[in-house]
Design a protein around this ligand. Structure first.
Ligand SMILES: NC(=O)C1=CN([C@@H]2O[C@H](COP(=O)(O)OP(=O)(O)OC[C@H]3O[C@@H](n4cnc5c(N)ncnc54)[C@H](OP(=O)(O)O)[C@@H]3O)[C@@H](O)[C@H]2O)[C@@H](O)CC1
Ligand SMILES: Nc1ncnc2c1ncn2[C@@H]1O[C@H](COP(=O)(O)OP(=O)(O)O)[C@@H](O)[C@H]1O
Ligand SMILES: [K+]
Length: 566
C-alpha cells in the first residue's frame, strides 16, 4: 500500500482552501476532525476510565477541547483538562466557551493536575500540530517531559494529528516530543510521521479522513488537473457586496487558487510505501509488475542481463560475494566480479557461477574497460576500501561509465574525500538519471557535510536536495529508506532491525543490479522496487529466523520469494 504524504504548508493550504474557497466553516471541519478522533478513542476505553486532556492555544488545542466535550457528553466524565497558553485562536476560544457552559473545569497549571494525584488511563496530546515551528520550552517542555516520564501504570498516550514536538514536514524534533502510543492524523498524513525519528514518537498511526483528503478530488475541485498551468486554475465563485469588492475578492480568490494550485500539484509526490510494492493495485505497481513480467520465457543467459560488480579489496572479501550472489539470485543471466585477486578463491567457492576479473596492485584500464563493456548494469563500491587502487578504480569508472550504475559504500566515501562531484555530475548527465547512489546516514554526512543528526531530522529534504544537485537517484538508507529523483520521493516502510547487520547494504546493491536489468521506463520506480524487495526479503528472513539470528546473507535466500509475491 502507498499513501500520499504532505508537509505543513500543504496542510495549511488545504485547510485554507476548504475554508476560504469551498466555504466550509472552520468549526465544522474541526468538529469533523474531533468526531473521527473521538470515535477512534472510544474503541479502546470504557466510560469509567480516567482521561487527561492537554491543549495549547492553537487549533490543535481546539481539537483536543472538542474531543474533551465529546467524551464528556458521551459519558466519559472522569476527565481533567489542562490548557496552556494565552493567544488563543477564535476556534479555541469557542471550544473553551462550550466546555465552560457544560460546567467543566479547565486547569491552567500542571501542578494542579499533579495535585489531583490520579493514575490516568489515557492522555490526549493536543498541544501542537502542524503549526509548530520553533523549539518547545518552559511549561510546554515541562508538560511533555512529565507525560513521557509517567510509568507504572503507564497511561496510553494518544496524539492528535502529530505527536507534539515533531515537525510535520521534516521529522525534526523541536527540543522534546510526546512519545505517543497512537497518533490520530487528520486528513492527509504528514511526512514527518514516516521518516527519521518520526515513527518512534508517533506509535501506531491512524489516519482519519476529514474534509478533502482525496488528492484527485481536490485537484479536480481546484481545477488543477495534471499538466495544466497555474493560469488555467479555475477561479472559484466569490461573494461580493459591491462591484469593487467583487473585483478585489475575485483577485484574492484567484491568487489563492493559484497558490493552492502549486501546493495541490505536489500532493502525492511524496509517498510512504508499506508492505510489498508488487502487491499494490495502483498504476505504479501495475507498471512495475508489467516490467518484471516482461522477462522473456525462452531467453538465453545473454537475454537476462549481465552485471559487473566492482567491489572488494585485499582486506574485505565478503562484500563482493554478497553483492554478486544477490545479483545472480535476482535472475541476471551473468554476473562478473572485478575484484582484488585475494578474493578469487573465496568468491569461486561460494559462487562458482561468477565470472571473475582480478587485479593486484592497480586495476589496468583495459581490464576495467572490458568489464564495463561486458555489463548491462554496474555496481561500484561495496568493500572497495579507499586505498590508491580503489581510488583509481572509482575515478576511472566514473569517467568511463555509460550504462546504469549503482554506487555504494567506499565509492561514495572516495567521491566525498576526493571531491569527485564534477565527475559524478558528468556521469549522471550522460546516464540521464540511471545512476543510483545508496548512502547510509554516515556516508551521506561525508557526501554533503551535513551532520547525521541533521540528516535524520530531514531525510527527505536532504535526499531530494542531493538528488537535485547531482541528477542522481538517491536511496538514503536508514530504518525508513528514502528513495528520490528530486521531483518525487518514496519512504520505504518495510524492513526490520534484523537488517542492521553487516553486509545488508551489499545485498541491496545486488538487488538493485537485478532490478535494473529489467527495462524500467522510470528508473525511480526501479529503485523503489529494489529497496522495497530488499526490505520485504529482510522481513521474510526475520520471520523465519528471528531478527537477532538473521545474517545479511539470509536476506538473499528470500529475494526470489519476495519478487514472486505479485
Ligand atoms: N484550520 C482548521 O480549521 C483545522 C485545523 N485542524 C487542527 O489544527 C492544527 C493546526 O492548528 P494551528 O495552525 O493553529 O497550529 P497548532 O499546531 O495548534 O500550533 C500553533 C499554536 O501553538 C503555539 N506554538 C507553536 N510553537 C510553539 C512553541 N514552540 N512553544 C509554545 N507555543 C507554540 C502557537 O503560538 P504562537 O506561535 O502563535 O505564539 C499557536 O498557538 C492541525 O494540526 C489540526 O490539529 C483540524 O482541526 C482541522 C481543521
Ligand atoms: N532498523 C532497520 N529497519 C529496516 N531496515 C534497516 C534497519 N537497519 C538497517 N536497515 C537496512 O539495512 C541496510 C543496511 O545497509 P548498510 O548500512 O549499507 O550496511 P552494510 O554497510 O553493513 O552493508 C539498508 O538497506 C537499511 O535500510
Ligand atoms: K498533538
Amino acid at each position: 500500500m502507498k499513501i500520499e504524504l504532505i508537509d505543513s504548508n500543504q496542510a495549511a493550504a488545504i485547510d485554507k482552501y476548504t475554508i476560504d474557497i469551498l466555504k466550509v466553516p472552520s468549526l465544522l471541519l474541526m468538529e469533523e476532525a474531533a468526531k473521527t478522533a473521538f470515535n477512534e478513542i472510544i474503541k479502546d476505553f470504557k466510560e469509567k476510565d480516567k482521561f487527561f486532556i492537554t491543549a495549547a492555544a492553537g487549533n490543535n488545542g481546539a481539537d483536543a477541547l472538542a474531543v474533551a466535550r465529546m467524551l464528556y457528553l458521551a459519558g466519559y466524565t472522569n476527565l481533567d483538562i489542562l490548557l496552556l497558553g494565552s493567544k488563543f485562536t477564535k476556534q479555541n476560544e469557542t471550544q473553551q466557551e462550550m466546555l465552560k457552559a457544560l460546567g467543566l473545569t479547565i486547569y491552567k497549571d500542571l501542578e494542579e493536575i499533579k495535585n489531583l494525584n490520579k493514575d490516568y488511563d489515557c492522555i490526549i496530546d493536543g498541544l501542537f500540530g502542524v503549526g509548530l515551528k520553533r523549539d518547545i520550552e518552559g511549561k510546554y517542555k515541562e508538560l511533555i517531559d512529565y507525560i513521557n516520564s509517567l510509568s507504572e501504570p503507564k497511561p496510553y498516550v494518544i496524539a492528535l494529528d502529530l505527536p507534539s514536538g515533531l515537525d510535520a514536514s521534516t521529522s525534526k524534533i523541536y527540543g522534546t516530543c510526546i512519545k505517543a502510543d497512537k497518533t490520530i492524523c487528520f486528513g492527509y498524513e504528514k511526512i514527518g510521521l514516516y521518516c527519521g525519528k518520526g515513527p518512534s514518537y508517533a506509535g501506531e498511526i491512524v489516519s482519519t479522513p476529514i474534509g478533502l483528503n482525496d488528492s484527485q478530488k481536490l485537484k479536480r475541485i481546484a481545477g488543477a488537473k495534471e499538466g495544466q498551468s497555474p493560469k488555467d486554475a479555475k477561479t472559484p465563485a466569490v461573494d461580493a457586496k459591491s462591484p469593487k469588492d467583487a473585483k478585489t475578492s475575485a483577485v484574492d480568490a484567484h491568487t489563492l487558487a493559484i497558490n493552492e494550485f502549486s501546493c495541490l500539484q505536489t500532493i502525492g509526490n511524496i509517498k510512504a510505501v508499506f508492505g510489498n510494492i508488487l502487491k499494490d493495485r495502483d498504476s505504479e505497481s501495475e507498471e512495475i509488475r508489467k516490467t518484471l513480467d516482461s522477462r522473456v520465457k525462452a531467453g538465453n543467459k545473454g537475454s537476462y542481463g549481465k552485471a559487473t560488480i566492482i567491489a572488494g579489496s585485499s582486506g574485505i572479501g565478503g562484500a563482493v560475494i554478497l553483492s554478486a550472489k544477490t545479483a545472480a539470485r535476482m535472475g541476471l543471466g551473468m554476473v562478473k566480479a572485478l575484484t582484488h585477486f585475494s578474493n578469487r578463491e573465496a568468491l569461486l567457492t561460494s559462487l562458482p557461477e561468477c565470472l571473475i576479473d582480478v587485479y593486484e596492485n592497480e586495476c589496468p584500464i583495459d581490464t576495467l574497460k572490458a568489464a564495463l563493456d561486458f555489463a548491462d548494469i554496474v555496481v561500484l563500491g561495496p568493500g572497495l576500501s579507499m586505498n590508491e587502487a580503489a581510488t583509481k578504480l572509482c575515478k576511472d569508472t566514473l569517467e568511463l561509465i555509460n550504462k546504469p550504475i549503482i554506487i555504494d559504500a567506499d565509492a561514495l566515501n572516495i567521491i566525498a574525500r576526493d571531491n569527485l562531484f564534477d565527475c559524478l555530475r558528468a556521469a549522471a548527465d550522460r546516464l540521464e538519471g540511471r545512476i543510483v547512489l545508496t548512502p547510509h546516514l554516515k556516508e551521506m554526512e561525508r557526501l554533503t557535510g551535513i551532520a547525521v543528526k541533521d540528516i535524520k531530522a530531514d531525510p527527505v529534504g536532504v535526499a531530494m536536495e542531493f538528488s537535485s544537485k547531482y541528477h542522481v537517484i538517491c536511496c538514503l538508507k536508514d530504518a525508513k529508506t528514502v528513495v528520490t529523483d528530486a521531483k518525487r520521493a518514496y519512504i520505504n516502510q518495510a524492513g526490520n532491525d534484523g537488517m542492521a547487520t553487516a553486509g545488508s547494504g551489499d545485498v541491496l546493491t545486488g538487488v538493485l543490479a537485478g532490478i535494473f536489468s529489467y527495462k524500467f521506463s522510470d528508473p525511480l520506480l526501479a529503485a523503489i522496487t529494489g529497496v522495497n524487495i530488499h526490505a520485504v526479503a529482510g522481513d521474510m528472513a526475520a520471520k523465519n529466523l528471528s531478527e537477532e539470528m538473521m545474517l545479511s546473507g539470509d536476506i538473499i535466500k528470500y529475494v526470489d520469494e519476495a519478487l514472486k509475491e505479485r
